[in-house]
Design a protein around this ligand. Structure first.
Ligand SMILES: [Zn+2]
Length: 326
């Protein structure tokens, strides 16, 4: 019989099974339910639910919070953005907990992992530089909403023109946030061509990635191709109009200094505008690491996160207006 040791990741391959008992005892109160199909994945209660008042601002579903144990360290993710700082802390304590186990030695880094670590360290430094230059950027790259609109090509049929930015055969998800994960949700996945035939947006949200055919789950592993990176800022200013104008600054800076190609800009009908950039003009590692330093929401930068569907009319009566296109 194989002797059980604490060197979980060194002598053994880092499969989920070997670390699962430790994770379960470490996160005892969070009720982990391991997936039947993926040994490295489980669902659990969000660690933020330990707190009062609760941090989730929207309804919490049973699969909103997941844990992945296939990598170097276990990682928790949560679909809600409002609990991000608690999730970061929980992941930090998981890493520290594993490192503190007697006899633990980390698995040696592969050449690829080493290169990635060096890249991420470089991005950390760039993030710091950006934080320092933030005010200067806001002074020098202004692009207020009125100018964005004036700079746009003429828009006649916003929904159709938005769909034309996609490949006609791309499978796009559109729905309410919870229209995902059951077979009945297949109707929310249609090709750009099929959505165009319907003629008007049916739902408030849309994906920014293309999914595999016959899909009913809006999840990362069902994505065939990312198409756009939505850049959105919710908290640059408490005044929605100012917040939108300042968001325009970020878009202009990305176009001019990072040479990103802007596909369109959508006014959320609430407090923000969303710049959709073509993904092939972007280093997504840079985006995920550095953009939050400029006040960009990290949520929409993730591949499976939905965004506001252009030209849909919100419950508040305002249009999610397509305000710029090339
Ligand atoms: Zn959460």
């Amino acid at each position: 019989m194989k002797k059980r040791t604490n060197k979980l990741f060194y002598d053994e391959s880092p499969t989920g099974e070997s670390v699962r008992p430790w994770v379960e005892s470490f996160l005892g109160d969070l009720f982990i339910r391991w997936s039947d199909t993926d040994p490295n994945k489980g669902y659990l209660t969000c660690p933020s639910e330990r707190l009062t008042p609760k941090l989730h601002t929207e309804k919490t579903g049973p699969k909103d919070t997941a844990i992945f144990v296939g990598g170097r360290y276990p990682v928790i993710t949560c679909f809600h953005q409002s609990c991000r700082c608690v999730i970061d802390q929980a992941n930090e304590s998981l890493r520290e907990g594993i490192k503190a186990m007697p006899g633990f030695k980390p698995k040696p880094l592969t050449a690829e992992e080493k290169a990635r670590r060096i890249k991420l360290q470089g991005l950390d430094r760039e993030k710091e530089r950006l934080t320092k230059h933030r005010d200067w950027i806001f002074q020098n790259y202004k692009w207020p909403v009125a100018e964005i609109k004036a700079d746009s090509a003429v828009i006649k049929d916003p929904w159709l023109e938005y769909l034309h930015l996609w490949e006609p055969s791309d499978v796009i998800w559109s729905g309410e946030r919870f229209h995902s994960s059951k077979p009945k949700h297949r109707e929310h996945f249609k090709t750009a061509r099929q959505w165009a035939e319907i003629g008007a947006p049916q739902y408030p949200l849309v994906s920014s990635s293309a999914f595999e055919p016959d899909c009913y789950e809006r999840s990362k592993d069902k994505i065939i191709a990312r198409r756009f990176l939505p850049v959105e800022c919710d908290e640059l200013d408490a005044d929605p109009a100012k917040n939108k104008d300042m968001s325009g600054t970020i878009l202009r800076w990305l176009i001019e200094e990072k040479k990103w190609r802007l596909a369109c800009v959508v006014d959320s009908g609430g407090k923000s505008i969303h710049g959709h950039f073509y993904i092939d003009s972007i280093d997504t590692d840079w985006a995920e690491k550095c953009l939050p330093a400029l006040g960009v929401d990290p949520g929409p930068l993730r591949a499976a996160q939905p965004v506001r569907a252009p030209s849909f009319i919100r419950d508040n009566g305002r249009e999610q207006e397509l305000i710029w296109k090339q």
